[in-house]
Design a binder for this molecule. Structure first.
Ligand SMILES: [Zn+2]
Length: 317
């Protein structure tokens, strides 16, 4: 059974105390919760006891050091959260299903009582993804291209729009900005690098291309670009696609249509980030999109498997 189905089996249906225990044991086996804990007074192994509090179980010392009972969440991602483990798992399941998460649906599904609770959970998970992506960057500098991978570049305008009349003025952000995207395409693999830029000029984009695309790679962009000649000087092969002449990659046979479809999905995600957002938050969301393409989709158990792995890394229990 896939990881996803296993998780679904544990979060669906009526929740009994037995089911809660099963979920806890499963999370312990997955190393998201501590499997063992020692009493800080006598250093003997503690035991899980049933209580009537939120998680229904706590760690207690068998030798009667009752005052040192600990929550089963000790040291885990969930330690500081007030949400139930069940709701956490529901949220994580939804997250792994797609990045298209609507708060309103999740509130109606009882994952969280309020949007504040939900935002807190979302922030936690984003942090986990961002840490993982930063490790990945240190490892390979997020380099695309090479002999077998071609790179598509594109920009999306990102104008700040406030959804509601109210809002904080201090850190909202109104100027027009651009999300510059570079997508490496190799067979079915798609990896994206997404950067926020002030302008889409040569001066802003060429350094990013040089940083993230290996020299000698094929770069594809739509229509004419001001920096075309510059790219050639840096050793890139630059192709343009315009809508009358369909571009077909000689090696992969990949069509402009495929490329445009892949871009469409990414752009859709980016479009959904418009609204009442701060720049810092937007950057975080872009990094989660990068996480999804570099790490999430490449795990044998999908984004869920990768997320479990990254939570283990961020919160070793
Ligand atoms: Zn003890």
């Amino acid at each position: 059974m896939s990881l996803e189905r296993k998780l679904r089996a544990r979060i669906e249906g009526k929740q009994t105390k037995r089911k809660t225990l099963k979920l806890i044991k499963w999370l312990q086996r997955k190393h998201l919760l501590k499997e063992k804990l020692r009493c800080p007074l006598c250093f003997h192994k503690m035991k899980m006891f049933s209580v009537t509090k939120k998680d229904q179980y706590i760690w207690c010392c068998k030798r009667g050091h009752k005052r040192v009972s600990k929550t089963i969440r000790a040291g885990s991602l969930f330690e500081k959260s007030k949400s139930s483990l069940l709701n956490w798992m529901k949220y994580i399941y939804r997250f792994s299903q797609g990045l298209r998460l609507r708060q309103i649906d999740m509130i109606s599904d009882d994952i969280a009582g309020s949007s504040t609770t939900l935002s807190k959970m979302a922030r936690c998970i984003r942090r986990v993804c961002i840490c993982a992506m930063e490790r990945q960057r240190r490892k390979n500098r997020q380099c695309l291209g090479g002999r077998k991978e071609f790179v598509v570049i594109d920009e999306s305008c990102f104008r700040h729009q406030r959804k509601y009349a109210r809002g904080r003025f201090g850190n909202t952000w109104r100027r027009k900005k651009w999300v510059f995207g570079m997508m490496g395409v190799k067979d079915k693999r798609r990896r994206v690098v997404l950067k926020l830029v002030e302008k889409r000029s040569r001066r802003h984009l060429v350094p990013l291309i040089r940083q993230h695309v290996k020299a000698g790679s094929s770069i594809i962009s739509d229509e004419w670009r001001a920096y075309r000649v510059v790219l050639r000087n840096f050793g890139y092969k630059h192709y343009t696609t315009n809508h009358s002449r369909w571009f077909v990659d000689p090696r992969s046979g990949s069509h402009t249509q495929h490329i445009e479809r892949a871009w469409g999905i990414i752009k859709g995600h980016i479009r959904r980030l418009r609204g009442n957002r701060t720049e810092a938050l937007l950057k975080e969301h872009l990094m989660v999109l990068e996480w999804s393409s570099w790490l999430g989709s490449r795990n044998p158990d999908g984004p869920l498997g990768r997320l479990f792995k990254d939570i283990q890394k961020a919160f070793p229990v």
